[in-house]
Write a protein that binds this ligand. Structure first.
Ligand SMILES: Nc1nc2c(ncn2[C@@H]2O[C@H](COP(=O)(O)OP(=O)(O)OP(=O)(O)O)[C@@H](O)[C@H]2O)c(=O)[nH]1
Length: 414
């Protein structure tokens, strides 16, 4: 979560409040507003309901012994996470039917942490599109009823063909919940077709089936589904599976991002730069075009660190990278390491050299520490037949070396 979110907490137990306060301390973007009674919460909501993002609500309060606090929060349309000291199946079903987000038992650290995970997901869920491909209208409605309180955007398809059409028209759909037995294209076939072109990181798939055969779940997963639920399932089973598969996808995306991008500057890291650079070289070889490769190195960077501190050095690298990206939005850029950067571009050496000189002027305006000297860099360019990336980088590096020897703050090219 990036912006600050107010969470209404209606709870009277000092012990639970202590635990929640402790957990909120680790959540810089969640601001709790505590109310110890239904009356207090009522006044708070009357005055400023629109300021709240969600509510965590105790089921039993001295002035609301029978879940009246839940009804209050639901009347204001706030996503409601219920805390309860005891488990009661009938009560749980009633609450989920009312449309609360979830029912969390006050039993362990883990269950409180789960409530916080729910709060985090509520924020991101509003951006998550789920397509439900299921021929039974009752099941589609049930799934919608269970998932909407979690703020997911739900889209319906009543068979495989319609699901395919919707996925084609809306490539930003995040998840497909798909029944196995549908008229026309079955769930299995649909998953098989989709997995030929869509990776797990692009579309998460949750299979459903009423079949009692144990092997079905394995078959669904082998076709490329990420998880499986046997019908009939209870609401929490569905919300937990949906949440876990999305969390897994997000983790995978974060890992991929960390493996590709340099954490400080957000530019491609060395490995990603080489991988993409090699592809560009192969393309240029096939089409018979020359390519330019540039090597850039910040000038006297050690002095910046030594005189203004490492944080100032980091700020300088970030400021430089932003200007670099803005100056060459279409070129392949990378941070090769330390204060060394590289670029692959189809531009000729001379226009590239002029663009780098313009970037050098812009770098003089980058503010990175009070009283620090203007940022400067040296660069070397080599333009030629794309034999291989490594040797062109080496030739560009030789030009960079000459630029440094020539007094820094300049671009040499060949
Ligand atoms: N703050 C910060 N400094 C870094 C980072 N990576 C490398 N450096 C520093 O960059 C400096 C590079 O110094 P040198 O290789 O001596 O080069 P220079 O001072 O720029 O000198 P010339 O290249 O000859 O102009 C070293 O002090 C490194 O510690 C980083 O991520 N953050």
């Amino acid at each position: 979560m990036d912006s600050l979110r107010n969470i209404l907490v209606i709870e009277d137990s000092p012990l639970v409040l202590k635990i929640l306060e402790h957990l909120f301390r680790h959540e810089p973007n969640l601001q709790p507003v505590f109310c110890a009674s239904l009356g207090e919460a009522q006044m708070m909501l009357e005055a400023s309901a629109e300021l709240f993002f969600a509510a965590i609500v105790d089921l039993h309060l001295p002035d609301a012994p029978d879940g009246e606090s839940v009804d209050l929060v639901m009347r204001y349309g706030l996503p409601c996470i219920v805390l309860s000291g005891s488990y009661n199946e009938k009560r749980r079903d009633e609450l989920l039917l009312k449309g609360v987000v979830d029912y969390v038992l006050k039993e362990s650290q883990h269950s409180y942490e789960y409530a916080f995970r729910l709060l985090h997901r509520l924020e991101s869920n509003s951006q998550v599109k789920i397509l439900v491909a299921e021929d039974s209208e009752a099941t589609r409605n049930f799934i919608r009823h269970v998932l909407v309180p979690h703020r997911y955007q739900i889209i319906d398809a009543c068979d495989g063909e319609q699901a395919l059409r919707i996925l084609q028209a809306q490539p930003d759909i995040d998840m497909l919940v798909v029944d196995h037995s549908m008229p026309g294209i079955s769930g299995f076939e649909l998953v098989k077709l989709l997995r030929q072109k869509m990776k797990r990181s692009d579309l998460v798939i949750l299979g459903l089936s009423a079949d009692t055969k144990g092997s079905l779940s394995a078959m669904f997963i082998k076709q490329g589904a990420d998880d499986f639920l046997r019908k009939p399932f209870c609401p929490e089973e569905l919300t937990c599976r949906v949440m876990f598969t999305l969390e897994r996808r997000d983790m995978l995306r974060a890992l991929k991002k960390a493996a590709q991008f340099d954490a400080l500057t957000g530019l491609n890291n060395r490995r990603a730069f080489y991988e993409q650079g090699i592809q560009q070289f192969q393309q240029a070889q096939r089409s018979g075009h020359n390519l330019s490769v540039a090597m850039l190195d910040m000038d006297l960077f050690k002095q910046i660190n030594d005189e203004y501190g490492h944080a100032a050095g980091d700020a300088a690298l970030i400021g430089f990278s932003r200007a670099f990206r803005a100056a060459f939005p279409d070129a392949l850029l990378g941070r090769l390491g330390g204060e060394e950067f590289a670029m692959v571009s189809p531009q000729g050496a001379e226009p590239l050299s002029q663009a780098l000189n313009a970037l050098r002027e812009q770098c003089r305006q980058v503010k990175y520490a009070v009283g620090a000297p203007p940022l400067s860099f040296s660069a070397g360019i080599y333009h030629g037949v794309p034999e291989d990336l490594e040797s062109l980088l080496h030739l560009a590096d030789q030009q960079l070396y000459e630029a440094k020897r020539g007094g820094r703050g300049r671009t040499f090219w060949q």
